[in-house]
Design a protein around this ligand. Structure first.
Ligand SMILES: [Zn+2]
Length: 259
C-alpha cells in the first residue's frame, strides 16, 4: 500500500499525494506550487493526476504540473478537466501508473453535476478519495445538484466497508462537528470525536482521513434517517417531513446559514 500524504494548499484545501518508491500521484492539485516543492524536496517524479471535479481549487494546478510532468490525467467524463486524458464514469477502474494502486470510480453528483469518487479495490486497506462530496463530519454544498442526488451519493459512500479511510479535500472538520452537535446534541460518539479532532488541530495535525464507520456514527448528513436527526430537522423546518431525503435537504439548508 502506498503512503498517502496531505499537502496543505490555499486556506483549507488538502492535495493528497500518493507515493511509493520514487513515484507519486496527486489527487486534486488546485495549486501546482506546493506540489512541485514537495516532489522536489522528496526527490519524487509525478506519474499521474487524479481529479474528482472541475472546481478551480481542485484542477488549478494541472497545467503547470503537466508542463513539467506530461502524465495521464484521470477525471470525470461529464466535466471540463484541464489536460484530461482518461474520462471516467461509475464502474470504470484505473491502475494509477507507477503505484500499482487500483481504484474504482463512483458517480457522486450533488456538489457538482459530474463529481466522481475513487475507491480502492484493496480490501485489506480500503481508501476513498471523495473530493468535496463527503467531508469529515459534513458534506459539500449543493452547487449543481439536488438534495436527492447528494443524499444518494452520500448513501453510496456510506455503504463502503466500515474501515474505509475517507480522504476529503478540505479541513472543515471542527466547524462541521460544531454544526453536527447543534443537530444531534445527545450523540456521545460525536462529542468524543469533537474532543479527539480538536486535539489533533491543537497539535497542528490534520483530522483527515476519517473512516466510514466514524462518519456513519457522527455525520448528520449520513444520518438524516436516524430518529434524532430526523426529529431535529423537523423541528428546525417547523413542518412534518416526508422522508430522509426531505430531512437531508433541511439539514443541508440549516448548515448553509449556521454560524
Ligand atoms: Zn468543489
Amino acid at each position: 500500500m502506498p503512503a498517502i500524504i496531505p499537502i496543505p494548499a490555499f486556506s483549507d484545501n488538502y492535495i493528497w499525494v500518493v507515493r511509493e518508491g520514487a513515484a507519486a500521484a496527486v489527487v486534486d492539485p488546485g495549486d501546482a506550487g506546493p506540489v512541485l516543492a514537495y516532489l522536489d524536496r522528496e526527490g519524487l517524479a509525478l506519474t499521474a493526476i487524479v481529479t474528482t471535479h472541475h472546481h478551480g481549487d481542485h484542477v488549478g494546478g494541472n497545467a503547470a504540473l503537466l508542463a513539467r510532468f506530461p502524465v495521464p490525467v484521470f477525471g470525470p467524463a461529464h466535466e471540463t478537466i484541464p489536460g484530461r486524458t482518461h474520462a471516467l464514469v461509475e464502474g470504470d477502474t484505473i491502475t494509477v501508473p507507477g503505484l500499482g494502486l487500483a481504484l474504482r470510480v463512483l458517480d457522486v453528483p450533488g456538489h457538482t453535476a459530474g463529481h466522481i469518487a475513487y475507491v480502492s479495490l484493496d480490501s485489506a486497506s480500503p481508501i476513498a478519495f471523495v473530493g468535496d462530496t463527503l467531508f469529515a463530519g459534513g458534506c459539500g454544498r449543493l452547487f449543481e445538484g439536488t438534495a436527492a442526488q447528494m443524499a444518494a451519493s452520500l448513501a453510496k459512500l456510506a455503504a463502503l466497508p466500515a474501515d474505509t479511510r475517507v480522504y476529503c479535500a478540505h479541513e472543515y472538520t471542527l466547524a462541521n462537528l460544531h454544526f453536527a452537535l447543534a443537530v444531534e446534541p445527545g450523540n456521545a460518539a460525536l462529542r468524543e470525536r469533537q474532543t479527539r479532532d480538536r486535539g489533533k488541530r491543537d497539535r497542528g495535525q490534520p483530522t483527515v482521513p476519517s473512516t466510514i464507520a466514524e462518519e456513519r456514527a457522527t455525520n448528520p448528513f449520513l444520518r438524516a434517517g436516524e430518529p434524532a436527526v430526523f426529529a431535529a430537522a423537523q423541528a428546525h423546518a417547523g413542518r412534518k417531513l416526508a422522508d430522509a431525503v426531505d430531512a437531508f435537504a433541511v439539514v443541508r439548508e440549516w448548515k448553509n446559514g449556521f454560524r
